[in-house]
Design a protein around this ligand. Sequence first.
Ligand code: F6P
Length: 321
Amino acid sequence: MITGAIAVMTSGGDSPGMNAAARAVVRTAISEGVRVFGIYNGYKGMLADEIVELNSRSVSDLIQRGGTFLGTARCKEFKTEEGRRKGLDNLQKHGIEGLVIIGGDGSLTGGSLLSKEGGIPIVGLPGTIDNDVWGTDYTIGCDTAANTAVDAINKLRDTASAHRRIMIVEVMGHTSGWLAMTSGIASGAEYIIVPEVKYNIDEICEDIVDSYSKGRRYTIIVVAEGACSGVGLKNVVQDKTKIDTRVSILGHIQRGGSPTLEDRIKASMLGERAALGLISGVSDVIYGFDEGKIVTINLFDSVNNTKPLDPELVRLASVLV
Ligand code: F6P
């Protein structure tokens, strides 16, 4: 049971909804009579003692904002035991008795090491547009990112159709095909290439040539960055089909923007649960969602396993795409 102070931080790639989650952690802790600190700029800020006490007003006007007001970073020094010791000392200095970490796989792995080496209670929240954290079917920001990708693909289809072009759209996702698969299905892409499913580029190109000979005006190929590079694929496809081909790399635009309703609500629910869990003495867990309900996942199990791509999505794509 924590009665003194907890801290909240965001780490790794930002994702829309991180602000909503951090806001919920802060307001829940305060309503439970527990002080709450914000660690700015991820593990980098923990090591540099960028740790500031927050109040309810510190998190006003945030729920609708993308990015993360706490800032985030990728930190090499934290990967060393010495670095983590420095971080733990800083937490101790402020009387912080437990920590909520909002981030992806790498950030949560960092949290598991802090817990193992320093014995500090850790609760993780999955925050990444990649939706690749094991044990949860949802990560904070994935819905906004997928909607951003769908919106971009809709626009790219218009111009591809006008020119009778093939449009390759490279989406993020790190090593996971979730973002490509969901945005591809939802935007009616003709082909979706993800790292988890084998594909045959010769067959795809023959199929495209055949469809253009029957009057097709456009082809959208959504490719996950973890499967292959969009630029490389564009060269191969243009060469094999002899059809005018363009590539659009959606990049970091997928990370920004105002979070969707789903991301705001789920992030808020997770933030509240994380603060209540941590304060009541829970540690070494991640809170996520399974079929719409909050679930508790062992932190070590989560960071030591790789989340597979939902086979139901793969099956659906094989029927519809
Ligand atoms: O993990 C989120 C993510 O956006 C991945 O999809 C992408 O591969 C990576 O981060 C990009 O990282 P950075 O912003 O450091 O270039």
